[in-house]
Design a protein around this ligand. Structure first.
Ligand code: PNS
Length: 163
């Protein structure tokens, strides 16, 4: 059983993430999308909201969505995944990803990191930019799944009402 984990913050999931999940699902028997529980960050969406949006957006049957806390390699061992998948968009992603991959290898040499590239139209996409555009009233159609677009609009109009 070849099992890979695709870890991240997914705040929120974008079509770039989805593209990678579908690609990975063709290569592995099971792909676990693992959402990091990080109390140090102030995300737009709660972990539960993020998990629900991913579940709704993902189509492949052998993709599972889960959450994790603490070290990624420990989680990988726990779920018996041999591979960590990370997406690389531009060269600017490379340095951080390279450091993380080598640190994870040091922590557990049996777990391999595989970098994948999203389809070209998604190379400039990031959760941060999508949130910024949506918060300022820009159109994010086609950049995120419809459920994410809807939930982001709700979040930002809630925030406007709270002001
Ligand atoms: O989507 P992100 O925020 O770029 O994902 C980063 C993530 C979740 C992959 C990374 O922060 C992580 O693995 N955190 C868990 C803690 C850990 O294992 N740290 C050491 C990694 S070198």
């Amino acid at each position: 059983m070849r099992r890979a984990i695709y870890p991240g913050s997914f705040d929120p999931i974008t079509n770039g993430h989805l593209d990678l999940i579908e690609r990975a699902a063709r290569l592995f028997d099971e792909v676990i999308v693992a959402v990091l529980i990080n109390p140090a960050k102030a995300p737009l969406f709660t972990v539960q909201e993020r998990v629900e949006m991913i579940r709704e957006a993902v189509r492949s049957s052998h993709v599972r969505v889960d959450t994790f806390e603490g070290l990624l390699v420990e989680y990988a061992r726990k779920v018996k995944a041999q591979v960590i998948i990370r997406g690389i968009r531009a060269v600017s992603d490379y340095e951080y990803e390279f450091q993380m991959a080598l640190m994870n290898r040091r922590l557990d040499p049996a777990i391999e990191t595989i970098f994948m590239m999203p389809a070209e139209p998604h190379t400039y996409l990031s959760s941060r930019l999508v949130k910024e555009v949506c918060a300022l009233g820009g159109d994010v159609t086609g950049l995120v799944p419809p459920i994410v677009e809807r939930k982001m609009r709700e979040k930002f109009s809630e925030k406007l009402r709270e002001r």
